[in-house]
Design a protein around this ligand. Structure first.
Ligand code: 6V0
Length: 332
C-alpha cells in the first residue's frame, strides 16, 4: 500500500502461507469460551467460526474482531458455509441440540447424530488432514459418531471427555489440601459425567502418591470423604448449569489446553475420549471413552498404562457396555 515505502534494496515481501488455523463449529456459550481462550493464549493465526444462525455468528465474529487492539494478531472469519474452515489444523465441534424437558438421553442423542450428519462430512472434506475435537454431549458417543462420519484415522478424532472432570477433581483436591491445583496429578476416566471413574490410587501431590502416603503413615482417611469429592465432581456441571444456565469458562480453558498440546506438539497426558477397545479389559466393540492419552501434533499418540485397581477397571468396563448399547441403536 502507499502507506508504507520499502527500504532500499529489500527483498519482496514474504507471504508465508503456513499458519495455524483452528475452526470452531457452534458459537454458543461453549464454542465462544473456547474460541476466546485460544485467541488470548495466542495459539492460532486464524480462527474460523461456523454456526447455523447467521446473525448470532456475525455478531460473535465482530465482537471478537473489535478486540484486535488488545490481542495477538489473529485473523477471525465466520460463515454458515464450511468452506470458511478449509485447511484447518484443528476443528472443534461444540454444536448441539439441548435436552428438551422430559426428553430421553437417547432421543437427544439421535437429534445430535442428525446434526452431526450435516456437520462432520463437510468439515472433514474441507480439512482432510485436521484433527477433530468433539465437545458436544453426550461426548463419548458423539466422538464415535464423528469418527465414523469423518472416515479419519482414529488418532485424529478425540473428545474433550473427562479432561474437564479431571480439572474439577484437581481443583477440589487442591482446595482440600490448600495447594496449587497444578501440583495435583489426578485422573478421572471413563464416561464423561455420571458414571465417570476416579483413579484414587494414582493421585499424587508434588510427586507424593497420596493414598500410599496416608496408609504408610497410618493416617486415617475416610473413603467416604474421597467418594464425596468425586460426587462433587459429578454434580458440578449440574450445579453450575442450575446456577448460571450453562457452563463455559472451565470447558473453554480445558479445550484450549488440549488445543495447545496438539498444535504445539506438547506430548502432554490428558484424560480424553479415545477409542478404548483393547485397553483395561474394554472389549465388545468400538467404544470411545476417556483414558489418559498422550497428545501431540498427530492427535492421540498413545494411551498411558496407568495403574487401575480391579474395581476401577470393572467400573470402566461397565460404562463401556452402557455406551455400546446406546451406539447399537444408532444404525451407523
Ligand atoms: P448453546 O449455547 O446452545 O450452543 C450451541 C450452538 O450450536 C448454537 O449457537 C447453535 O446455533 C449451534 N448449532 C446448532 N445446530 C447447528 C448446526 N447444525 N450447525 C452449526 N451450528 C449449530 O450450547 P452450549 O454452547 O452451552 O453447549 C454446546 C454443547 O457442548 C452441548 O452439547 C453441551 O452439552 C456440550 N458441553 C460439553 C462439555 C464437555 O465437557 N464435553 C462441557 C460443557 C458443554
Amino acid at each position: 500500500s502507499a502507506f508504507f515505502k520499502p527500504i532500499h534494496n529489500s527483498d519482496p515481501p514474504l507471504h508465508s502461507n503456513r499458519c495455524t488455523k483452528v475452526s470452531v463449529v457452534g458459537v454458543g456459550n461453549v464454542g465462544m469460551a473456547i474460541a476466546q481462550t485460544i485467541l488470548t493464549q495466542d495459539l492460532a493465526d486464524e480462527i474460523a467460526l461456523v454456526d447455523s444462525k447467521p446473525d448470532k455468528l456475525r455478531g460473535e465474529m465482530l465482537d471478537l474482531q473489535h478486540a484486535a487492539a488488545f490481542l495477538p494478531r489473529t485473523r477471525i472469519s465466520a460463515s454458515v458455509d464450511y468452506s470458511v474452515t478449509a485447511g484447518s489444523d484443528l476443528c472443534i465441534v461444540t454444536a448441539g441440540a439441548r435436552q428438551n424437558p422430559g426428553e430421553s438421553r437417547l432421543n437427544l442423542l439421535q437429534r445430535n447424530v442428525s446434526l452431526f450428519r450435516h456437520i462432520i462430512p463437510p468439515l472433514a472434506k474441507a480439512s482432510p488432514d485436521s484433527i477433530l475435537i468433539i465437545v458436544s454431549n453426550p461426548v463419548d458417543v458423539l466422538t464415535y459418531v464423528a469418527w465414523k462420519l469423518s472416515g479419519f484415522p482414529v488418532n485424529r478424532v478425540l473428545g474433550s471427555g473427562t479432561n474437564l472432570d479431571s480439572s474439577r477433581f484437581r481443583f477440589l483436591i487442591a482446595d482440600h489440601l490448600d495447594v496449587n491445583a497444578q501440583d495435583v496429578q489426578a485422573f478421572i476416566v471413563g464416561e464423561h459425567g455420571d458414571s465417570s471413574v476416579a483413579l484414587w490410587s494414582s493421585i499424587s501431590v508434588g510427586g507424593i502418591p497420596v493414598l500410599s502416603f496416608l496408609e504408610k503413615n497410618q493416617i486415617a482417611y475416610e473413603k467416604q470423604t474421597l467418594e464425596q469429592i468425586h460426587q462433587s465432581v459429578v454434580g458440578s456441571a449440574y450445579e453450575v448449569i442450575g446456577l448460571k444456565g450453562y457452563t463455559s469458562w472451565a470447558i473453554g480453558y480445558s479445550v484450549a489446553n488440549l488445543a495447545r498440546s496438539i498444535i504445539r506438539d506438547q506430548r502432554k497426558i490428558h484424560p480424553v475420549t479415545v477409542l478404548a477397545r483393547g485397553f483395561y479389559g474394554v472389549e465388545g466393540g468400538d467404544v470411545f471413552l476417556s483414558l489418559p492419552a498422550l497428545l501431540g501434533r498427530n492427535g492421540v499418540v498413545a494411551v498411558t498404562n496407568v495403574h487401575m485397581t480391579d474395581e476401577e477397571a470393572e467400573k470402566l468396563q461397565k460404562s463401556a457396555k452402557t455406551i455400546l448399547e446406546m451406539q447399537s441403536q444408532l444404525g451407523l
